[in-house]
Design a protein around this ligand. Structure first.
Ligand code: HEC
Ligand code: HEC
Ligand code: HEC
Ligand code: HEC
Length: 150
């Protein structure tokens, strides 16, 4: 291998490690949230109502995956094996359209079940409509919002 090639390998390794540690230090869900962790440009309230979020990626899920593909969504992990996201078609006899949870353009996304900043306590992993009672976590109501007969 020639020298410049070696140097670029080290440069790549350096960038990988330095960006990994930047993620470890920065939790974008803690106030004051760094808006640019997820938005190219901060939407106004009116933009939001029109569905224009100016996210870093094309979809909400892809934006969350920038940091969370490994922690939540790889096959075998909780969501990979357990829960579909970024879908808009399903068996309507088994899964109804949620009454409380938001869909985005008809899609179930990460934001359907999670808020994107840590809400006022009690909260559990930023999950919506979850009941926290001491150590007991109850998300029956969340699942029931869509699953018939849950
Ligand atoms: C962790 C990622 C993330 C961060 C950090 C973030 N947002 Fe968002 N934001 C989203 C996503 C995803 C949506 C799309 C809909 C939703 O989840 O509510 C959104 C939607 C919005 C909307 C439109 C819908 C609404 O809720 O009114 C506004 C306005 C907004 N963000 C402003 C901000 C501002 C201001 C900041 C910084 C203080 C910020 N966001 C930080 C991910 C983020
Ligand atoms: C810039 C990187 C980044 C982006 C983008 C990002 N997150 Fe996170 N997220 C983190 C970090 C860092 C933590 C805290 C450490 C951890 O639990 O992995 C975290 C934690 C979480 C947690 C666990 C909270 C807890 O109490 O255990 C959830 C749920 C979560 N994020 C959901 C989302 C969702 C939904 C989106 C997209 C709207 C998103 N994240 C986008 C970096 C990110
Ligand atoms: C159908 C609802 C639902 C959807 C959709 C959903 N989540 Fe979750 N998520 C949950 C629940 C419930 C938990 C808590 C599970 C637990 O603690 O066992 C959770 C936990 C998490 C955690 C914490 C994992 C841990 O081990 O601490 C992260 C990170 C996360 N979700 C990110 C995401 C991202 C990113 C998406 C979109 C790709 C997403 N979630 C979509 C319901 C959902
Ligand atoms: C926003 C609506 C929604 C919510 C909330 C929701 N689900 Fe689902 N869930 C679905 C849909 C739709 C499918 C089927 C997707 C498909 O067939 O492609 C599904 C599929 C599943 C599956 C895969 C096996 C099956 O029955 O097809 C499991 C397991 C599951 N959900 C568990 C849960 C649990 C546990 C909760 C509560 C923490 C929950 N879901 C909350 C909509 C939801």
């Amino acid at each position: 291998m020639s020298c410049p090639a070696l140097r670029s390998v080290f440069l790549v390794l350096f960038l990988v490690f330095s960006s990994a540690s930047a993620f470890a230090l920065l939790n974008p869900h803690v106030k004051p949230e760094p808006c640019e962790s997820c938005h190219m440009k901060t939407p106004t309230k009116a933009d939001g109502e029109a569905g224009n979020y100016f996210l870093l990626k094309d979809t909400i899920d892809d934006t969350c995956h920038v940091c969370h593909e490994a922690t939540c969504c790889k096959p075998g992990s909780l969501h990979g094996s357990n829960h579909p996201s970024n879908i808009k078609d399903w068996d309507w006899k088994l899964f109804r359209r949620p009454k409380t949870l938001p869909l985005y353009n008809g899609y179930i996304t990460c934001s359907t079940c999670h808020t994107h900043s840590i809400p006022a306590p009690p909260s559990y992993k930023m999950v919506r409509i979850v009941k926290v009672d001491g150590k007991k976590i109850d998300w029956t109501e969340l699942c029931r919002d869509c699953h018939v007969g849950y």
